[in-house]
Design a binder for this molecule. Structure first.
Ligand code: APR
Ligand code: PHB
Length: 389
């Protein structure tokens, strides 16, 4: 097989990149380890910045998103008692859209065949070769047969656990990491949300988040210790805890229901530099991870791909290597700012093993300052809605 750009991974990064390249007439093939049903069914994030919705619209794939997505003009921070509204639209002129990553992924996968974007599903033993040469390739096993995809460039969009980042020699790279001493226990349920906007709550018992997927589907999270067992959290116990941590106003409007999905995810901050080595370009979770506080993960994957697609399309039109060479630095400048915002909001909103009365008082004082300062709320709003490309 031969193509111009071999894309490893069909998460949001790989799918958006594949579509953007095909739209510009650049050949691309996606090689994905999982089955199509698995990828299309994964429950992930749900808040889209303008960068992400713009890409879907530019691709002509924003129709269902604009019909079913919930436009949000603000969100709330809470201290266990009161809500502090961050008036995102009033402060920035922009909005975010609640539309599940599951739905976005489905729209992109369904449109792939008609746009000539080939996706090889269930590819085993995916490996990268000769990334330092100008004839790189990707080998894999599909339907029991060993195959090789020759290409000019490889885009590593294979998430945190994929092989792309590991193909870069350690001597050429630098890793930055912060592991957080807790995880998020999430529940998805077919019940109306307790509030029309998201609520991030810092309660003495720990963090909680009220989010949603639609007017009839809610997504909630609570902070739990890293060694917590999901079996220790039957639905009723989780609803009780959410009601306590989200505060009286949210609790009064909370509808309980059986869990459609329940899982625990650890929190991690991670950046790998540079995002390019030879003919290999990393995008999305393959190069960086943010804790979910602030919903930056998916949107960072989208902004990486906005930069990378532009660079690859210019190069394919014989614009030379300059844009390709500038990709990593450009993408990382935005990545670090989103890392900072996610790190800051995580620190402000969670209970840490060493959170004593003083640290708690500092968090409450900061929330009180935010409540009274338009300057602070503006800074939060412009980060939440997404920094410009
Ligand atoms: N070979 C091929 N594909 C692989 C391999 C492999 N060895 N390993 C992983 N993959 C695939 C995964 O199955 C997945 O479909 O790469 C894809 C990576 O997708 P994501 O993890 O969704 O990462 P990304 O596209 O960068 O999107 C980042 O998605 O999951 C969220 O929290 C994440 O919101 C963030 C966003
Ligand atoms: C979600 O709805 O899954 C969600 C929303 C906001 C976050 C994280 C997750 O910050």
């Amino acid at each position: 097989m031969r193509t111009k750009v071999a894309i490893i991974g069909s998460g949001p990064a790989g799918l958006l990149l594949g579509h953007l390249l095909r739209q510009a007439g650049v050949d691309a093939v996606i090689v994905e380890r999982q089955a199509r049903e698995h990828v299309a069914g994964r429950i992930r994030a749900g808040v889209l910045e303008r960068v992400t919705t713009d890409l879907m619209e530019r691709l002509g794939l924003g129709e269902r998103m604009s019909r079913e997505g919930l436009v949000e003009t603000g969100f709330n921070l809470a201290d266990g008692e009161r809500l502090i509204r961050i008036e995102v639209e009033a402060l920035t002129g922009r909005q975010v859209v609640v539309y599940g990553q599951t739905e976005l992924t489905r729209d992109l996968i369904e449109a792939a065949p008609e746009r000539g974007l080939e996706i090889v599903w269930e590819a085993g033993e995916v490996a990268l070769h000769d990334i330092e040469s100008d004839r790189p390739s990707v080998s894999f096993v599909a339907k029991g047969e060993r195959r090789r995809l020759e290409c000019d460039l490889i885009a590593g969009c294979d998430g945190y656990h994929g092989p792309s980042r590991r193909a870069i020699p350690a001597s050429a790279a630098r890793e930055y990491e912060r592991a957080w001493p807790f995880g998020w226990l999430g529940i998805l349920a077919d019940v109306p949300p307790c509030h029309h906007e998201l609520i991030y709550s810092n309660h003495e018992r720990g963090f909680a988040l009220a989010s949603m997927r639609s007017p009839t589907r809610s997504r909630y999270y609570i902070q739990v210790p890293l060694d917590e067992k999901i079996d220790d959290w039957p639905d009723e116990r989780l609803w009780d805890e959410l009601a306590l941590r989200l505060g009286p106003e949210a609790a009064a409007n909370m509808t309980r229901g059986p869990a459609l999905e329940k899982s625990i995810a650890p929190l991690r901050s991670y950046v790998f530099e540079p995002m390019r080595h030879g003919r290999l370009f990393l995008a999305g979770d393959a190069a960086h991870i943010v804790p979910p506080t602030g919903a930056k993960g998916l949107n960072l994957a989208a902004s990486d791909v906005a930069y990378l697609s532009e660079a690859i399309i210019a190069w394919a039109r014989d614009d030379g290597e300059a844009r390709l060479a500038g990709y990593s630095e450009r993408a990382l400048a935005r990545v670090w700012k989103a890392e900072r915002f996610s790190w800051w909001l995580t620190g402000l909103m969670h209970r840490f093993p060493d959170t004593g009365p003083f640290e708690r008082a500092m968090q409450i004082a900061e929330l009180d300052y935010i409540a009274g300062s338009t300057a602070m709320r503006t800074a939060i709003a412009e980060n939440y809605v997404g920094l410009p490309l």
